[in-house]
Write a protein that binds this ligand. Structure first.
Ligand SMILES: *Cc1c(COP(=O)(O)O)cnc(C)c1O
Length: 421
């Protein structure tokens, strides 16, 4: 065990991102391993929220156009700040609504079913909200049986070949996660997109678990649209406004969910009853933006601009490599199942481990200051985050896990999930 601490110390002293840790509020004596569910608050995010509140105090209604960060343009401004993280152009990215709402908006707008081609391809491992949205859209479009789910052979990962084989001429649109929220597998977005384009299929990705953790080249790959939340790796705070990308080639399509904030800004306040759509991504907005739920992103995204997503990814892989190596070393073979793919190209920013007593183990970890999250029926997700976790945090997490397993301390807790898990 001790030699792993030495490795951790040496990695921490060579860590070029180590300086960012002090910019986050990290509870003392705790090891936060849940940044892929809710990222921690940074001082920059706190300051930007306070400064936007100050603008309200000082300017009242004029805050829409005055102050340092006029509210009228904030959705677009944050979109620009996120563009590099996904490899898109400024006028293709926007902060608006929630992820689920953005799926409704983009899929409803871009899905153009015909009798021959009306199916939507999803996967059986995706987050339920994405599936509910797609099913609702199919119900409304008169194709309630149009959803096709890519099966998983092992219950954890998807095969690109299977996905591609299912993308036939009956499929109108495919929406898949970039990184699976449980196993952490990265799907081969470029290959899937290439195949979709060749076959006239609209392709979109849900980047909730990849944005801020891995780099993307959506524009170059030719992805049609993408959605993501900003409260996970982007550290925007609980319920922070989501992100949206739509390839500029689709900007001429009129959006399905229309509202006055999707109108051309020049004519928005003419208050005409004739919708005059914005000519870029702005058209995808609906109503008045949730300013205080966006404001933390102004600060939080500056940290990403400074750190650079390539360095974030590099350290993230080192952290998860270190965690996997330590687990494999300190536990008996098979004692703890590592579900996440070990290949770098197929691994996102978190690790999923399996054990029949996972709920009890998760509770025991929490009682000892480690904050992971439990995923039913028998898995624990652990996310060491490059911007604020150290290698020593990872060392302590696995050391505590080892104590729990050796002492069977999980037996003291009910092997059952809480309301939020
Ligand atoms: C976190 C997450 C969501 C959450 O959607 P909201 O609309 O923000 O509640 C949706 N899909 C995936 C894949 C997620 O990981």
């Amino acid at each position: 065990m001790e030699e792993w601490l030495k490795v951790a110390h040496s990695k921490d002293s060579n860590d070029s991102l180590a300086k960012f840790r002090s910019q986050f509020y990290i509870g003392s004596g705790s090891y936060y391993m849940d940044g892929n569910s809710l990222g921690l608050m940074s001082k920059a995010a706190e300051e930007s929220l306070l400064s936007v509140m100050e603008d309200w105090k000082r300017h009242g209604i004029d805050g829409w156009t005055e102050g340092e960060r006029p509210w009228f343009y904030m959705s677009e401004r944050i979109g620009e700040m996120m563009a590099d993280l996904i490899g898109a152009e400024h006028h293709e990215v926007l902060a608006t609504n929630s992820t689920t709402m953005n799926i409704h908006q983009t899929v409803r707008t871009l899905y153009k079913p015909t009798e021959e081609r009306h199916k939507i391809l999803v996967d059986e491992l995706n987050f339920p909200s994405d599936i509910y949205a797609v099913q609702a859209i199919l119900d409304d479009s008169g194709y309630p049986n149009g959803m096709v789910e890519v099966p998983s052979e092992n219950g954890h990962t998807l095969s690109t070949d299977t996905i591609i084989n299912m993308m036939d001429e009956s499929i109108a649109l495919v929406i898949l996660p970039s990184v699976l929220y449980r196993s952490g597998q990265i799907l081969e977005m470029e290959r899937i997109t290439e195949h979709a384009r060749k076959n006239g299929i609209i392709v979109g990705f849900d980047l909730c678990h990849s944005i801020g953790a891995i780099p993307h080249d959506l524009k170059e790959w030719g992805v049609d649209f993408a959605v993501w939340c900003t409260y996970k790796h982007l550290n925007g705070g609980p319920g922070s406004v989501a992100g949206l990308y739509v390839n500029e080639k689709h900007h001429p399509h009129k959006v399905s969910l229309r509202g006055w904030f999707g109108n051309n800004k020049e004519t928005q306040f003419d208050m005409s009853h004739k919708f005059d759509p914005a000519l870029d991504i702005s058209q995808y907005q609906v109503g008045t933006p949730h300013i205080f739920s966006m404001a933390p992103l102004l600060g939080s995204l500056e940290i990403f601009e400074e750190a650079g997503i390539a360095s974030v990814r590099e350290k993230s892989l080192e952290l998860t490599d270190f965690m996997i190596a330590m687990i494999e070393d300190v536990f008996e073979e098979g004692e703890i199942e590592i579900v996440t793919p070990k290949d770098h190209d197929a691994r996102g920013g978190h690790i999923l481990i399996g054990h029949p007593d996972a709920a009890g183990i998760n509770a025991a970890l929490k009682s000892k200051g480690v904050i992971p999250d439990f995923r039913a029926p028998s898995y624990v997700r652990i996310a060491p985050v490059a911007l604020y976790n150290s290698f020593e945090d990872v060392y302590n997490t696995i050391k505590i896990l080892k104590e729990i397993m050796d002492g069977r301390l999980y037996k003291k807790f009910e092997n059952k999930r809480g309301v939020i898990a």
